[in-house]
Design a protein around this ligand. Structure first.
Ligand SMILES: CC(C)(COP(=O)(O)OP(=O)(O)OC[C@H]1O[C@@H](n2cnc3c(N)ncnc32)[C@H](O)[C@@H]1OP(=O)(O)O)[C@@H](O)C(=O)NCCC(=O)NCCS
Length: 191
């Protein structure tokens, strides 16, 4: 059972495991895909599962850049499909680590769909994926700290603690009573 806000410096404080922090730009990843017939449903719209697969790959590359390790997907937060994406559209997926915890990282994704002939481009999705770094024996291993730089990166970094608490509660890995920052969002700082 995972407790507390997070035990971030459990490993980083020991000399053996001390790692240099990294800014989000080092994990920035951009991926393009062209929506082909085999990616679509009978309405000629991109299938949601195919998009989630591409997002998983972009996010995993981003997480690997930050961790310099093999990573596995631990969870995918709620993803909404607001607009249908059509056959022939070009998908752009941008991924960047938004926070590192002890052995896991949260990756933020922005997804755009562009129709080049008509010159239209929409933001179709946003999502957060969480990855856990593993060593060569498949055991979890500490990851470098994330050092946000821009105001947007700092805002994503700050919100990541609450998102982490929510996903761990939903996964049955954290007691709601231990989610201090998440509770404060709803109830203020009252005890
Ligand atoms: C992800 C995995 C390594 C976690 O292993 P575990 O024994 O549950 O590990 P722990 O409980 O010690 O947690 C390790 C880290 O994973 C994180 N984690 C575990 N479950 C999580 C979840 N559902 N969502 C987000 N993070 C999660 C923990 O918060 C912890 O992060 P931290 O060290 O930064 O605090 C393990 O469940 C696994 O291998 N899952 C399969 C991964 C996979 O195959 N993915 C592809 C799916 S097809």
């Amino acid at each position: 059972m995972i407790r507390g806000p997070f035990h971030h410096n459990k490993y980083l404080c020991t000399k053996k495991h001390r790692m240099k922090g990294k800014p989000p730009k080092e994990s920035y990843t951009i991926m393009n895909e062209l929506v082909l017939p085999n990616d679509t449903n009978p309405l000629n719209n991109l299938m949601g599962g195919r998009l989630l697969h591409w997002m998983d790959i972009a996010a995993a590359i981003s997480a690997q850049k930050h961790c310099n390790r093999v990573v596995v997907t631990a969870s995918v937060d709620n993803v909404s499909f607001k607009h249908p994406i059509k056959l022939g559209d070009v998908i752009t997926i941008e991924a960047k680590v938004s926070r590192a915890f002890t052995t896991s990282v949260e990756v933020r994704l922005n997804v755009y769909a562009e129709n080049i002939p008509s010159g239209t481009r929409i933001k179709s999705n946003e999502a957060y994926y969480t990855f856990v770094a593993l060593d060569k024996d498949g055991h979890t291993i500490p990851v470098p700290e994330l050092l946000p730089e821009t105001p947007e990166e700092i805002a994503l970094f700050d919100g990541a603690l609450r998102r982490r608490q929510l996903r761990l509660i939903l996964a049955g890995k954290m007691k709601p009573d231990d989610a201090t920052e998440l509770k404060a969002l709803f109830f203020g700082d009252e005890k």
